[in-house]
Ligand binder design. Structure first.
Ligand SMILES: [Zn+2]
Length: 246
């Protein structure tokens, strides 16, 4: 997942799961357990898996049977009869997916690092960075920007232990902290690339300095603009790199 999105170990898992819309590994295993339970339910009583299943049930030990019961209860299937009959696996899949999503949603809202991600992530859209037709580099820049791990000084200063107020932009003389807001909106060194993007998109934003960086990022990530937006972020970051390391 990290390789596909082109991001690194510091990207929080919640951002990756919410972005990819994948079922958490734990829930994939649980889904397989319910599939196996269905198969066992359809077996004759002389088959060993069935005998073990019934033994577990009768002895009520802390065994595989109890785990299956726990999963079914978790998704509201509390009727004991369902332990001996086939359950709708599509329903189980849907419910586990919702459960997984709620877990990662909650996880994201409790992490200060993901505050920006939560603000710009569109929960209702099926379009994600992963499903958009972008290059690997563009995907990488976008997910890093969205997850707050794009290597701007606000982030790299964290690795070096630099005080937050000292993580100022090296490209311009504004003395502002180089965070997402500064990078997208305020940095004067990136003015030309910013202007070119607004022109290519024919965006009537007026004075971009008055825009909020969350609104700008939401625009970049929206369905009809993500292609141009990803190219812009790539150009912005490459310009930043060239200015810093020329
Ligand atoms: Zn700057």
């Amino acid at each position: 997942m990290r390789f596909f999105l082109g991001t690194h170990v510091f990207t929080p898992l919640a951002a990756l799961y919410l972005e990819m819309g994948w079922l958490d590994v734990k829930y994939v295993r649980w889904l397989d357990m319910i599939r196996l339970k269905n198969r066992i339910n359809n077996m004759n009583t002389d088959r060993w898996p069935k005998k073990v299943w019934q033994h577990d049930r009768n002895t009520n030990t802390d065994a595989w049977f109890c785990d299956v019961q726990y999963i079914l209860n978790l998704i509201g299937l509390t009727d004991p009869g369902l332990l001996e009959s086939e359950v709708d696996i599509d329903y189980v899949h849907r419910e586990l997916y919702q459960h997984s999503k709620q877990f990662w949603d909650l996880e994201a809202t409790t992490k200060t690092k993901l505050e920006f991600f939560v603000n710009v992530h569109n929960k209702d859209s099926e379009l994600t960075i992963a499903t958009s037709n972008l290059t690997r580099v563009q995907r990488s820049y976008l997910i890093k920007l969205k997850s707050g791990v794009l290597p701007l000084k606000v982030e790299t200063g964290r690795y070096k232990g630099t005080k937050r107020e000292l993580r100022t932009c090296d490209l311009c003389d504004s003395k502002e902290i180089e965070d997402e807001r500064h990078f997208l909106i305020h940095c004067r060194a990136l003015k030309r690339v910013r202007k070119a993007y607004l022109k290519s998109e024919e965006i009537e934003w007026g004075d971009i300095n008055k825009k909020d960086h969350i609104a700008v990022t939401k625009h970049v990530l929206s369905k009809n603009h993500i292609k141009f937006g990803a190219k812009w972020i790539e150009d912005m970051y490459n310009t930043r790199k060239n200015l810093l390391y020329r």
